[in-house]
Design a protein around this ligand. Structure first.
Ligand SMILES: [Cu+2]
Length: 306
């Protein structure tokens, strides 16, 4: 009995070491886009993405601990209770205490998983009052965006080719391959953005990992998500529903800027001054390139129940 207890303690120690490794993973991961040798999820910039990261880490620790525990039990069976080591097996068929334990402990583990899971689910579907509403329409193969509460202007966002990317990179603007687009979605930092999502042809999916947003775009229906980005910068995502031959080439790019820049940009877009609007964003993009600017802390609010 003592030896088994020692085994269990050992497995918890390995579990704890694994949890430290997993906790370090998000720090190594890229924010806004994937990075080489990335271990964990992309760096979070919203409260929802923080919650998803924490939940992912918790479940991973539980999975690793259970796997190690079962492996140890199997090893005990193989080595201590084989025919040679244990020629006269015990005739025991029931052990009430053990049966109660292996029913109660898994229930307890599921409750530990369920509590943060439901909390997160409620936070994702509890929409705070919107500061900006954005309508995203998936098309084969690009995204159309509309700002219904900022003048109703719209634009299409198409992936850049290598020549177009080079042009941007020369100006000092970050333009990663397969992710950079001609017209980025512009949103203000620290403000609640509601995204209404639909599609014009087949099912697409609007996903931005650093925001913790991933919602199907279904023709004839409106689905929705919300986010409040805590940090300025550019956050990329991709259509995450197999939608046809160019599925891999319809990225999503969301640039989070200062609220006053957003207001100026929206006013220019509303007045159809697309040239000056583009220049304004290029200037902001050059400023942001290479570093992420932290939001004014007064604008970040914690989600109730998160
Ligand atoms: Cu798609």
């Amino acid at each position: 009995m003592m030896r088994r207890l020692k085994d269990v303690l050992q497995s918890t120690a390995i579990g704890a070491a694994a949890s430290i490794m997993i906790a370090a993973a998000p720090a190594m991961a890229g924010t806004g886009e994937p990075s080489p040798w990335q271990m964990g999820l992309q760096g979070p910039v919203t409260e929802i993405a923080d919650g998803i990261n924490a939940f992912h880490d918790l479940v991973n620790v539980i999975i690793i601990a259970i796997t190690i525990f079962v492996l140890i039990l199997l090893a005990i069976v193989v080595f201590r209770f084989n025919e040679k080591a244990n020629p006269t097996p015990s005739k025991t068929t029931h052990h009430t205490g053990l049966e109660v334990a292996w029913t109660i402990i898994p229930v307890f583990i599921l409750v530990i998983i369920a509590i943060p899971s439901f909390k997160l689910l409620f936070a994702q579907y509890t929409y705070p009052k919107a500061d900006v509403t954005l309508k995203a329409t998936g098309n084969q193969w690009n995204w159309t965006y509309q700002y219904p509460d900022h003048g109703g202007f719209n634009f299409t966002s198409i992936m850049l080719n290598d020549a177009e990317r080079d042009e941007r990179i020369k100006k000092g603007i970050k333009a990663p391959r397969l992710l950079a687009v001609d017209n980025e979605v512009i949103v203000p930092v620290g403000k609640v953005v509601h995204v209404l999502i639909t599609a014009s042809d087949v099912i697409h999916n609007w996903a931005v990992p650093s925001f913790g947003s991933k919602v199907d775009a279904v023709p004839g229906r409106t689905t929705a998500t919300w986010f409040r980005a805590k940090t300025e910068g550019i956050y990329y995502g991709q259509c995450s529903e197999l939608c046809g031959k160019d599925h891999a080439f319809m990225p999503i790019a969301v640039r989070v800027v200062k609220p006053e820049i957003f207001e100026q940009w929206a006013a220019l877009m509303k007045d159809r001054k697309r040239g000056p609007a583009r220049q304004l964003i290029e200037k902001a993009a050059i400023e942001q390139s290479g570093s992420s600017v932290a939001a004014d802390t007064s604008t970040t609010v914690t989600v109730a129940g998160n």
